[in-house]
Ligand binder design. Structure first.
Ligand SMILES: Cc1ncc(COP(=O)(O)O)c(C=O)c1O
Length: 384
């Protein structure tokens, strides 16, 4: 059976061009960047070249890039690191209601440590209103953290405007760009951000590495203490093979981004148009255009998302109900509830995320089988 992967938002395969660059760094060029010998020098040089490349990709200085182990870690470092370094100024933090669980849970944990958290609502498309950010800022606010593009519904937030407000009010601004990095242009200066999270395994690089952009002069505490790597902000022996893979993945994204956006947008729009036309009781989640070119998310009346995933999987199609992290929970997605869906409606969701190797024939196959699957599931639906 032919396999069709439409879950690129959860993770991507490593591009063979990336893997080729990484391989020598596992067994031949394996030095610890903190040692003094030539093996170490070789690793250190590669690390700094990768840092320069990543920095130039987002308009940052190399010294502003901190390599971490994952986007989850970068987000934890951003929230907890800023919170603890600036608690004398105030203990109030702003996030949105559609953040990834690693931001939501970090914010919740900070509440147990005496911080106050405001969770901003979104409209029916998932947009945060910059005015709501403005109104939520108080004398005690130290940080706002707003996702760049939703991992579930693909909505791209007005980060530049929100960043401008935060800058005017003298508070730090972090954005989680794990889904947008490598897919749409990012410039940390234009976007007025002080901290930005980017991930490798969402852009055809390896798992186990990510980074946090931290603007020069930002007061931030580490959450890992040890040997002092990454300017003291992330102690741990540096994962050089993964980092060189991450930087190679960035290089390829930079080269291919424009063409890839055009190609994926066409496929995405075909999916949206034909699913809405062919399947009665189907609704698009998120904005029709102001969304990532690789994301579609629907809900279907009288069906459960999990049953759709199982039926698609039986035909070789890998899809998801929302984020990979929340799909194991039985609760409806907090993102879909935030855009106004009722719990039962949110349970009927399907996310298809496209990627570098998605072909038109894959989309045609989904369009051929999905209407039948929904029809079949509705016949046996207990919701009806
Ligand atoms: C927006 C966003 N933030 C953070 C993460 C966490 O990434 P990881 O699980 O690789 O740490 C993800 C992963 O799905 C994501 O989509």
């Amino acid at each position: 059976m032919k396999k069709i992967y439409l879950d690129y938002a959860s993770t991507t395969p490593v591009d063979s061009r990336v893997l080729k660059v990484m391989l020598p760094f596992f067994s031949k060029k394996f030095g610890n960047t903190m040692s003094l010998h030539s093996f170490a020098q070789e690793s250190k040089q590669v690390l700094e070249e990768s840092r320069e490349l990543l920095a130039s990709f987002i308009g940052a200085k190399p010294s502003e890039i901190i390599f971490t182990g994952s986007a989850t870690e970068s987000n934890n470092l951003a929230l907890k690191g800023i919170a603890f370094a600036n608690s004398k100024k105030g203990k109030h933090i702003i996030v949105s209601r559609i953040e990834h669980p690693c931001i939501m849970e970090s914010a919740k944990w900070l509440e147990t440590q005496g911080f106050e958290v405001t969770r901003l609502p979104v409209d029916k498309y998932g947009f945060i209103n910059p005015n709501d950010v403005k109104k939520a800022i108080t004398e005690k606010t130290i940080l706002a953290s707003i996702i760049h593009a939703s991992n579930e519904i693909g909505t791209i937030e007005p980060i530049e405007e929100i960043g401008k407000i935060c800058r005017e009010r003298g508070i730090y601004f972090h954005t989680d760009a794990a889904q947008s990095f490598g897919k749409i242009p990012i410039d940390v200066n234009k976007m007025n951000v002080d901290l930005l999270t980017a991930s490798s395994h969402k852009i055809y690089g390896p798992k186990g590495t990510a980074c946090l952009f931290v603007r020069e002069g930002t007061r931030i505490e580490p959450i890992l203490h040890g040997g002092g790597q990454e300017s003291g902000l992330r102690s741990s022996t540096v994962n050089v093979p993964a980092i060189i893979g991450f930087s190679e993945a960035c290089k390829i994204c930079k080269r291919e981004m424009k063409k890839e956006i055009q190609r994926q947008t066409k496929l995405r729009d075909k999916l949206i148009k034909e699913i809405l036309e062919e399947i009665p009781g189907s609704y698009l989640n998120g904005h029709p255009e102001k969304r990532l070119s690789n994301n579609v998310n629907f809900w279907f009346k009288f069906v459960e998302g999990e049953s759709i995933i199982i039926q698609l999987d039986l035909l070789g199609i890998a899809a998801s109900t929302g984020s990979a992290c929340s799909s194991v929970k039985l609760e409806p997605s907090h993102v879909l509830l935030a855009i106004g869906l009722k719990p039962q409606e949110a349970h009927g969701s399907l996310r298809l995320s496209l990627g570098r190797w998605t072909k038109e024939s894959d989309i045609k196959f989904v369009l051929k089988v999905l209407p039948e699957i929904i029809k079949k599931l509705r016949k046996i639906s207990p919701f009806k």
